[in-house]
Design a protein around this ligand. Structure first.
Ligand SMILES: Nc1nc2c(ncn2[C@@H]2O[C@H](COP(=O)(O)OP(=O)(O)O)[C@@H](O)[C@H]2O)c(=O)[nH]1
Ligand SMILES: [Mg+2]
Length: 331
């Protein structure tokens, strides 16, 4: 069953109030139901193709081509699609998979395998844990920080300080402050147009002073040029590391799932520039086809840790590869 918040985070001590198993189970089921609902269109399209190819007629060149097309259409990406279909074809040729049911189940398994990569937990044992959040403008950094802070505080009982290091636009700081109020966490900001590195520095200093458990740093997603942005993010990173050698403990990147393969390119770029340890796939409630989760995990080897499924505080969830594959494929 789906991972929940208590599975996602590594903690020193148990959270104050962990609900009992039936309650957790019910919540998990709720997550999954909603995810399935969000992925409905993709699932219906994929399932129809799987039905037409793997369940009916002979397995030939045409079968695999059609299946490839369907997966590419679902945003799984050319490379990942080729890998999955090749493997399925190989196993079918060896005679290990007979019948549509077996083929289709194996396909779901292969997709789940690809979506599962590296260490997909978030380690909150360092005290304090510093989380740097990066990503292209508009992909959901600030919103996600609001939701994440709220969960850390309300679900896990942790204290959070947030640093408004997106100093490029004044509105960005105000937006973060509003989220801070909703989530009930402190927001550290600098004067307008101040140096992002110094805001990050200040946020960490303040967080430590107050004995915060988690310090989250928001950053800009757009500057005059892409090189400027990458240099600035690298600098923020350096400032953090200088202050706390092990930090940032996590660098999470938001990727807008509706941007398809473009998101894979963005993740590659940011990954190379600032070292991304996890992806937050946002806007899976909208027109996203969903397959991009598999493409990122498989092609870039960066785990997807969280998914955003709306604009409200509660609309952030731990990512679960098996559920995701099921939401994409199972009837
Ligand atoms: N539907 C939906 N909208 C989202 C989600 N995450 C963020 N948004 C919206 O995307 C827009 C940009 O978000 P913002 O946090 O400002 O992005 P930032 O520029 O990366 O900080 C806002 O209108 C958010 O409400 C999500 O998971 N689902
Ligand atoms: Mg922002």
């Amino acid at each position: 069953m789906a991972r929940d918040w208590y599975d996602l985070f590594l903690l020193d001590q148990a959270p104050p109030e962990v609900p009992d198993e039936p309650e957790r189970e019910e919540k998990r089921r709720g997550f999954f139901k909603r995810l399935r609902e969000n992925m409905k269109k993709t699932r219906e399209a994929l399932t129809a193709e799987v039905q037409a190819t793997l369940f009916e007629g002979d397995l030939d060149e045409n079968t695999w081509e059609r299946l490839e097309e369907a997966l590419i259409y679902a945003d799984v990406g050319a490379k990942t699609t080729a890998q999955v279909v090749e493997e399925l074809e190989r196993e079918a040729d060896e005679g290990n998979l007979v019948g549509g049911e077996a083929l289709s189940n194996r396909l779901a398994e292969l997709l789940a395998q690809l979506a599962r990569t590296g260490d997909d937990k978030i380690d909150l044992r360092p005290d304090p844990t510093v989380i740097l959040v990066v990503g292209v403008n508009g992909t959901g950094k600030t919103t996600t920080i609001g939701k994440l802070s709220w969960h850390l505080r309300n679900t896990l009982g942790l204290t959070v300080v947030v640093g408004a290091a997106d100093t490029f636009r004044a509105a960005a700081v105000e937006q973060l402050e509003r989220w801070g109020e909703r989530a009930g966490v402190d927001v550290v900001k600098g004067p307008e147009g101040s140096d992002p590195g110094s805001v990050a520095f200040e946020a960490i200093a303040r967080g430590r002073e107050r004995g915060a458990d988690v310090i989250i740093i928001d950053t800009a997603g757009r500057l005059h040029t892409q090189t400027n942005l990458m240099e600035e993010l690298a600098k923020v990173r350096r400032v953090i590391t200088k202050q706390m050698p092990e930090a940032p403990h996590e660098t999470l990147m938001t990727v807008d799932a509706t941007t398809g393969q473009n998101g894979v390119r963005q993740a590659k770029l940011f990954g190379e520039a600032v070292g991304v340890t996890g992806i937050i796939l946002t806007k899976l409630d909208g027109t996203a086809k969903g397959g991009i989760a598999l493409a990122i995990a498989n092609e870039l080897n960066i785990p997807v840790k969280l998914i955003g499924i709306g604009e409200q505080l509660e609309d952030l969830r731990p990512f679960d590869p098996d559920d995701f594959a099921k939401a994409l494929l199972s009837a």
